[in-house]
Design a protein around this ligand. Structure first.
Ligand code: GLN
Length: 196
């Protein structure tokens, strides 16, 4: 399987993820078309706006190729809106939005769980796999509810899970690419068996 790391480059925090990967010595591949995935052994789906992102993924025919990658065991990491896309159930507080998504992990995402942009916050998080706290930046972030026992929660806040994984698929509700701290990218690469 190819070792390069793709970053979905349709909308949102693309550059910040690519910068973090470069600092770790990995050359990222911006993914805009299905053929860009051919060299990618794994992919990061950045934050942005999940409703827009899914529409763009449909338009550029990236939905099925990403699902195929997940089924084939490739590592996939969604941050914030990118994580929402990966979930099998997505609601916004009490409303079932029936937002069309990739339906990959057995997780319920509650979008915008902490309120509007002005309620963005930063919180020191204990993260499984890291020795010291990680400063998590939350911007209109979702909260995750695991729907299956085989989900490993890597970090939580008082309200619930904010970082978890199911097999090869990782979800973070916060934005590690904005913290200027590459330890979570490093953890993802290391646990995904990517050489860097
Ligand atoms: N609230 C956005 C959504 O659900 C996510 C925001 C973000 O990615 N920072 O699509």
């Amino acid at each position: 399987m190819p070792v390069e790391v793709g970053v979905l480059a349709l909308q949102g925090g693309v550059e910040e993820h690519m910068a973090s990967l470069r600092r770790l010595g990995v050359t990222p591949i911006p993914v805009r078309r299905p053929e860009d995935l051919e060299q990618s052994g794994s992919i990061i789906l950045p934050g942005g706006e999940s409703t827009t992102l899914i529409r763009l993924m449909q338009r550029w025919e990236l939905v099925e190729p990403v699902r195929r990658m997940a089924r084939a065991g490739a590592s996939i990491w969604g941050t914030c809106a990118g994580a929402v896309l990966l979930c099998k159930k997505v609601t916004e507080q009490e409303h079932d939005l029936r937002q069309e998504c990739l339906n990959i992990v057995d997780v319920h995402a509650v979008r915008n769980r902490f309120g509007r942009q002005r309620y963005s916050f930063r919180e020191d998080l204990a993260v499984k796999g890291l020795d010291e706290a990680f400063s998590g930046i939350f911007i209109r972030a979702p909260l995750f509810e695991p729907l299956d026992e085989n989900i490993e929660v890597l970090s939580r806040v008082e309200e619930g899970a904010v970082f978890l994984k199911q097999g090869n698929v990782w979800l973070s509700s916060f934005h590690p690419e904005l913290s200027g701290d590459d330890r979570i990218h490093e953890l993802f690469l290391r646990e995904s068996g990517i050489d860097f």
